[in-house]
Ligand binder design. Structure first.
Ligand SMILES: *Cc1c(COP(=O)(O)O)cnc(C)c1O
Ligand SMILES: [Zn+2]
Length: 396
């Protein structure tokens, strides 16, 4: 296994046990907890100018990733623009709003960052098959990166996953299993198949230690694009919290390395129809309760039972951020407002970040000289049908 110089191995977020990455591949062998890649930051030998001068996607941050550019399974995902949204800034009453436009990734969502790293790990471990259950975008990204690496992929999607996601899993040559119901039903089918196929390598959220690690690079780029100024707020459409946990880790790493100061306030934006993180935050709890009847149009964040909630809630509290939930109606209206006022095509799921930011502005959480970053986690094109139906329901 070929790893980078500063990469130490994997550490369990629950029991603190450490493992060599060539031995532990997924959850903690001792307690079943989530494993997190660790580094010797003193051995990270690179300047921020050197990082910024490189081209070629997220693996230019290789000193802070487990695997380097020479072994990466990559399509140059990342290097997405941070686009100013001046009209939004005016409406929110803040100095600047930026949209980190992750729709510009190879398969149209930020899931590419996590899957690029997780599929790289799969190759390093000698896997031939990869598998996961997904609401849609992660499955599409997994099929794409598996194709690039020459692996077979097995993707379990709920029947309500979008047409684009299903079609593209097929186009990439993945084996697709459509499961009646929602993400949890797809998850059960995936687990049964994993039991029958012990050699399959899991690319499942927080089962592989590498998806949050890949999504970390979103924050590295944001910091760099803001000329190494830490933004005041980052608002993130939150389902399993993979990106949020990753970005919080990245912010602390950059602060430790002296590249930036402090961390932004991280805000988890959810949909009212499935808001286990927002509810747990509001009630001051350290862990969520599973949401009983998830019901939102935002498939990408309809995660009723996010297993990493203690870690997410800790990131929200430690960063002085929080959580917010808005209705599907407000979320879809935000998609349209941003498209009409800024020209930017936000995914419907992602607009939870925009409508969440509106809500936070109304609650006076922002100051007038603040910089706010919204994550557009996927391209609006993927949700054209939903956004269009919303207009039609208004007679437009
Ligand atoms: C997966 C997904 C999310 C949620 O990501 P997490 O990091 O698991 O919270 C948000 N938006 C879109 C478009 C997604 O596909
Ligand atoms: Zn453990």
């Amino acid at each position: 296994m070929e790893t980078t110089a500063a990469f130490i191995g994997l550490s369990c977020v629950d029991c603190d046990a450490s493992f060599d990455a060539s031995e532990a591949t997924h959850r903690c062998p001792d307690c079943g907890g989530i494993l997190d890649p660790t580094y010797d930051y003193d051995a990270v030998d690179v300047t921020r100018e050197e990082l910024a001068s490189r081209r070629g996607g997220q693996f230019r941050f290789e000193e802070l990733l487990p695997f380097g550019r020479d072994v990466a399974v990559t399509m140059y995902e990342g290097d997405t623009p941070l686009v100013p949204a001046p009209r939004l800034a005016e409406e929110l009453g803040v100095a600047e709003v930026y949209v980190k436009d992750e729709g510009r990734n190879p398969t149209g969502s930020f899931k590419d960052r996590g899957q690029a790293l997780a599929v790289t790990a799969a190759v390093q471990h000698g896997a031939e098959d990869v598998a996961l259950a997904s609401a849609g975008n992660a499955g599409q990204a997994a099929a794409a990166y598996a194709a690039r690496a020459g692996l077979d992929s097995h993707v379990f999607l709920p029947s309500r996953a979008s047409f684009v996601n299903k079609a593209m899993v097929n186009v990439h040559g993945g084996e697709m299993k459509i499961v009646e119901g929602r993400i949890d039903d797809a998850g059960e089918a995936y687990e049964a198949a994993m039991d029958d196929n012990p050699a399959w390598y899991s690319l499942q959220t927080f089962v592989t230690p590498y998806r949050h690690e890949g999504k970390k690079t979103m924050y590295y780029e944001i910091a760099e694009q803001l000329d190494w100024e830490t933004p005041d707020h980052v608002v993130y459409p939150t389902g399993g919290g993979v990106g949020l946990v990753g970005m919080y880790k990245a912010a602390r790493e950059f602060a430790d390395l002296g590249f930036t100061e402090g961390t932004p306030a991280f805000w988890a934006a959810q949909a009212e129809g499935c808001a286990p993180i927002a509810k747990a935050f509001e009630e001051g709890r350290d862990v969520h309760e599973a949401w009983e009847v998830p019901d939102t149009i935002c498939g990408g964040i309809e995660i009723p039972d996010p297993g990493a909630s203690p870690w997410i809630l800790e990131a929200l509290r430690e960063s002085d951020g929080g959580a917010v939930a808005t209705s599907d109606e407000e979320i879809m209206s935000s998609t349209v407002t941003v498209a009409q006022n800024e020209g930017l095509e936000m995914g419907v799921t992602c607009s939870a970040a925009a409508s969440g930011a509106w809500q936070l502005a109304q609650e006076d959480r922002f100051d007038e000289d603040d910089t706010v970053v919204l994550l557009n986690t996927a391209t609006g094109n993927k949700d054209a049908d939903v956004a269009r139906s919303h207009l039609m329901s208004k007679g437009l």
